[in-house]
Design a protein around this ligand. Structure first.
Ligand SMILES: NC(=O)c1ccc[n+]([C@@H]2O[C@H](COP(=O)([O-])OP(=O)(O)OC[C@H]3O[C@@H](n4cnc5c(N)ncnc54)[C@H](O)[C@@H]3O)[C@@H](O)[C@H]2O)c1
Length: 365
């Protein structure tokens, strides 16, 4: 097994660290391609055993071996062509999020992957399999909360825009033609990965959605900056003949209050936790003799594989035929379609419905 990294920027370095943590990771051959000599040099300083290339096409020209993996860590506008090139070279592909810029591109990649019997993975599975969220899934299955009817999924940051406050050197985040969009494309892939992993919906409807671009006195003026910083939506999750409402909100820039709140409410109890890095608490609230009872557990993730390592670790296991939470093939397209549907609602004002397992359609109800 060899790893071919396309892109040598911030996330590629993190993927290379993750490869080192795999069984015999130090002996796995790594090649890396980036047309930017500075990025390539910085990468090779950190990972001197990696073979550098200035062109991904040249790197992938050698004959593919079984279980070779290409990891794509470039800006989103390059994901489709690079994933296509990598799949056509006969290798499994793990692509950074968002998988593509448009659902149709994802469907073309899926067709190639399925035809060639290859895996097409997406790094939006970074936060799947965390022990605290597995505990939430266990509690839901145990019927601790009764019938679930509502989910609140709100993350509101006041100044956390990539390209401005976070990683200011990567201006491509701010240009829709390069990033695909703002906070929806940046965090939506993780949010839908988590929600879809917990509820495994047969369909997701975007019943309403809005986006906005709050202004600050440091808004970049010397570069294209046309992405949203704040989004909200009402989603209807369909599962086993019932529906759950999801109140969704994300902000990387708002003048309102910064807070996050993720909670699942059912007829007999509620579960609150952070699916990401803010806290390891799982909070279970229910009724006892008319009083509100709250139980708190701290569930710290164990092991040396952290969430930044997960995409490479999960995909590696899946390629080897082992069980893993890796998001691949049809599921990656379904999840991406959910993300894109927020924009589709805003653009058309029409309810969007995404059916699991249905590709090449965008059913509007
Ligand atoms: N930075 C993070 O914390 C982070 C976290 C999770 C996911 N991601 C995702 O990773 C991807 C890359 O983000 P980043 O922060 O590493 O960006 P970055 O700007 O640090 O690096 C991107 C690199 O891709 C290279 N590149 C562009 N076109 C290329 C091509 N055709 N072939 C090879 N290399 C090419 C650029 O030269 C650059 O070095 C994005 O999809 C982003 O959403 C980033």
């Amino acid at each position: 097994m060899k790893f071919y990294l396309i892109g040598a920027g911030v996330i590629a370095r993190s993927h290379a660290d993750a490869i080192l943590k795999l069984p015999n990771g130090a002996d796995i051959e790594v090649k890396v391609a980036d047309p930017n000599p500075h990025a390539l040099n910085e990468f090779v300083k950190l990972h001197p055993k990696a073979t550098p290339f200035s062109d991904a096409k040249v790197m992938l020209a050698e004959e593919a071996k079984q279980n070779d993996i290409v990891v794509i860590g470039t800006p989103p506008f390059t994901h489709f062509e690079l994933s296509r090139l990598a799949l056509e070279s006969g290798r499994h592909v793990l692509c950074e999020k968002p998988l593509v810029m448009k659902r149709e591109e994802g469907e073309i990649l899926l067709e190639i992957a399925n035809r060639k019997n290859l895996l097409l993975g997406c790094c939006s599975d970074r936060f799947l399999g965390l022990q605290k969220t597995e505990e939430i899934k266990r509690l839901l299955q145990s019927d601790a909360v009764g019938e679930v009817y509502k989910v609140t999924f709100v993350y509101r940051g006041q100044r956390s825009r990539p390209g401005v406050e976070y990683q200011p050197e990567s201006k491509w985040f701010l240009d829709r033609s390069k990033s695909g969009g703002g906070i929806v494309m940046d965090w939506g892939p993780y949010d839908f990965a988590v929600l879809n992993d917990i509820f495994k919906p047969s369909a997701v409807e975007v019943s309403a959605a809005w986006v906005s671009k709050p202004e600050t006195e440091v808004d970049p003026v010397d570069t294209v900056y046309d992405i949203e910083g704040h989004v909200g939506a009402m989603l209807k999750y369909h599962l086993d003949g019932k529906a759950i409402w999801v109140q969704y909100e994300r902000a990387s820039c708002t003048h309102g209050e910064a807070y996050h709140h993720v909670e699942i409410e059912g007829t007999r109890g509620a579960l609150q936790w952070s699916p990401y890095f803010e806290s390891d608490k799982v909070i279970y609230t229910r009724d006892k003799a008319g009083e509100v009872v709250t139980e708190e557990k701290e569930i710290v993730h164990e092991g040396n594989i952290g969430f930044m390592d997960n995409p490479v670790y999960y995909f590696y296991k899946k390629v080897k035929g082992e069980a893993s939470p890796a998001l691949t093939n049809e599921q990656t397209i379904f999840n991406f379609s959910c993300v894109q549907s927020l924009y589709d609602y805003v653009e058309t004002g029409t309810v969007q419905r995404i059916e699991a397992g249905v590709t090449k359609t965008n059913q509007v109800v």
